[in-house]
Design a protein around this ligand. Structure first.
Ligand code: G1P
Length: 267
C-alpha cells in the first residue's frame, strides 16, 4: 500500500534506520514477493536516472537499497497471529534485544517513535511497548496495559490483555505497533497457548515476562499514530502526510478546501 508516494513498509524501514537499526527481518506471506525486489538494487533504473540527471529521484531510489546480508525474509505459512509471526523469525534473532514494527501503524513524530523508545530503553532495559490512550469502547481492537508507577513517559506495566472487551480492560492504554523485546519473549512464545481469536499472541508472550518477575514498560510516545490497517485511518494518513510535504501542500490544501466547500454547499 502506498502512502503518498512510498509504500507503507518504507516508512517503517526509515523509522528503524533513523533509530540506528541496520539489520532487518521481514515476516512475509504468499503473494508478497514484490517486497524482495523493492528493497533490491535496480541498476538499470539507476543508470537511466543518472543519465537523465534526475539526482533527486536517484536519491529516493537509493533509500530503498539494503546492504547485502542486512535483510532476511521469512515466510509465515499460515496467519496464526502476531506472536506466531515473530516466532517464525526466532532462529534469525541473536541473543540481544530486538525491535518489532507493525508497518500498518504509521507514526508521524518529530523524533521517530522507535528512536524515542530506544533512548528510553537504554535506561530501563527489559521489554518496552509503545502505548497510547484510545477511546474506552475501542479496547477490543488492541493489546491493553494495566499500569503501575509512571516516570514521565515511561510506565511500569503490571498486566497486559489482548483485545479485551471494555468491561474487562485494565485501562484504555493500548499497545501500538512498536516493541523492543528481549530474546526471553521468543522462549515464552514456545510455551504459551493460543489466546484471543485462537491466535498465538505477542501480547501474551510479553505478559509472561511480568509473570516471571521481569520488567515490562509502556512508553507514551510523542507523535500521532495512524491506523493504516483501517480505511479511515489510511485516508487520514494520506491527507496528513500529503499536507506535510512542501512539494504537495499548497495545491492539495486548495483542492481539499474546494472539495469541502462544494460538499457543504450541496448538503
Ligand atoms: C496487533 C497486536 C495488538 C496491538 C495492535 C496495534 O493487533 O496484537 O496488541 O494493540 O497490533 O496496532 P492487530 O492490529 O494485528 O489485530
Amino acid at each position: 500500500m502506498t502512502l503518498v508516494d512510498r509504500p507503507l513498509i518504507q516508512y517503517a524501514i526509515d523509522e528503524a534506520r533513523a533509530a540506528g537499526i541496520r539489520e532487518f527481518i521481514f515476516v512475509t506471506a504468499r503473494g508478497k514477493s514484490a517486497l524482495e525486489d523493492y528493497f533490491d538494487h535496480a541498476p538499470e533504473l539507476e543508470s537511466i536516472l543518472r543519465r537523465d540527471g534526475k539526482e533527486e529521484l536517484l536519491e529516493v531510489l537509493k533509500n530503498t537499497n539494503m546492504d547485502s546480508g542486512a535483510i532476511a525474509y521469512i515466510r509465515q505459512h499460515r496467519a496464526m497471529g502476531l506472536g506466531h509471526a515473530v516466532w517464525c523469525a526466532r532462529r534469525l534473532i541473536s541473543d540481544e534485544a530486538f525491535a518489532v514494527i507493525l508497518p500498518d501503524d504509521v507514526i508521524a513524530a518529530e523524533t521517530p517513535c522507535l528512536q524515542q523508545m530506544i533512548e528510553a530503553h537504554a535506561e530501563t532495559g527489559g521489554c518496552m511497548v509503545a502505548a497510547m490512550e484510545v477511546a474506552p469502547e475501542k479496547t477490543g481492537q488492541y493489546g491493553v496495559l494495566g499500569v503501575g508507577a509512571e516516570n514521565g513517559p515511561i510506565l511500569n506495566v503490571t498486566s497486559m490483555v489482548e483485545k479485551p472487551a471494555p468491561k474487562d480492560a485494565p485501562s484504555n492504554l493500548a499497545v501500538i505497533g512498536r516493541y523492543i523485546l528481549t530474546p526471553k519473549v521468543l522462549q515464552n512464545l514456545n510455551q504459551i497457548k493460543s489466546g484471543a481469536g485462537g491466535e498465538l499472541q505477542l501480547t501474551d508472550a510479553i505478559a509472561a515476562e511480568i509473570t516471571n518477575g521481569r520488567p515490562v514498560y509502556g512508553y507514551r510516545f510523542d507523535g500521532r499514530r495512524y491506523d493504516c490497517g483501517s480505511k479511515s485511518g489510511f485516508l487520514q494518513a494520506t491527507v496528513a502526510f500529503a499536507l506535510s510535504r512542501p512539494d504537495l501542500r499548497d495545491e492539495f490544501m486548495d483542492y481539499l478546501n474546494a472539495v469541502v466547500a462544494m460538499r457543504k454547499a450541496a448538503e
